[in-house]
Design a protein around this ligand. Sequence first.
Ligand SMILES: [Zn+2]
Length: 333
Amino acid sequence: MGLQEYFAQLSRGVDLVAECSGLSAPDLEKMGASAQDAAELIGLHAIYFGPTPYTGKQRLALDAARRNGHALSTLQHIESFTRRVQGRLATWNLRVELCSSSPERITAVARRRLREMRVPREYCERALLRQHPNGLATLTVTGNGLDMADAFRTIDHKRPGTSFIARMLGKADETTTRTRVTTMAVLQLEDYGKLVRRERDDVLVRTTSGTVITGAQLVERACANEGLVTIISRTLGPVDLYRFDRFASVKQRTMLAAEHPTCAWPGCSIPAERGQFHHLTPWKHGGETNVANLVTLCNYHNGVNDDDPNAPPRRGRLARKCGTIVWQPPHAH
Ligand SMILES: [Zn+2]
């Protein structure tokens, strides 16, 4: 068989399929077909000549394929698209349309139709991990849109994986500083009662109704579900911090950060967690390490604060007045 004859045979794909009537795949293999070709031909025969409730559509597809001279490979190409459609009627509609298209248009027409048929996905919160053979992996997380946009903004797009993990897991990374996000609720003591006294590791509060309760009980009544709650007095400053279980080591730091999320020096915006504890009344002058005598300052302002009230004033100093941190200019007195 010459090439010319071969090409002529190719252009009559549906006629070749028709010739499979009454034959099985093993019959075709005995005639010399490969197992794959035999299976494909039997499959196409079932589609174009087998029983179907959509005989009208079958007839239209057959005529169109014959008219356009679709080769066997084109018929297979068409099926690669119709396989992705759900429902027999929709499958037949796409098959008829593709059989009616010229071979070079089939892919474009199919893609457009498949796109139109796609059901809009219902998104919900989820997390997916895919490991890749080169040691990388892809983490896909679906969550609140605003939160996700915030998280996305923290990613350094020059090193997305490294910077993301540095933030997520707090792994040491020279350019990304670890951020700890804690939601803090603040109770103004005066809105609930009066501080009676400190007792061991808690405070006693006389409520507006006259009952004396502990700070823990007050917090429990006011907002037990907040996670971290600190009581700040308008006249005394931070009073106490409550959590479901207490971490004494971070307690003072957390309270101070609640009072001053950034360096307490006027106009400074360095985050508290990158700062240092500063004693308002210096340790050597009898200042205690308790929350009322502490404030968070960045390294720079901790350095320029006039710690010693008796030394010649230079940049002024911070002090607590009526519970609030104020800056006292160098020549205040
Ligand atoms: Zn500062």
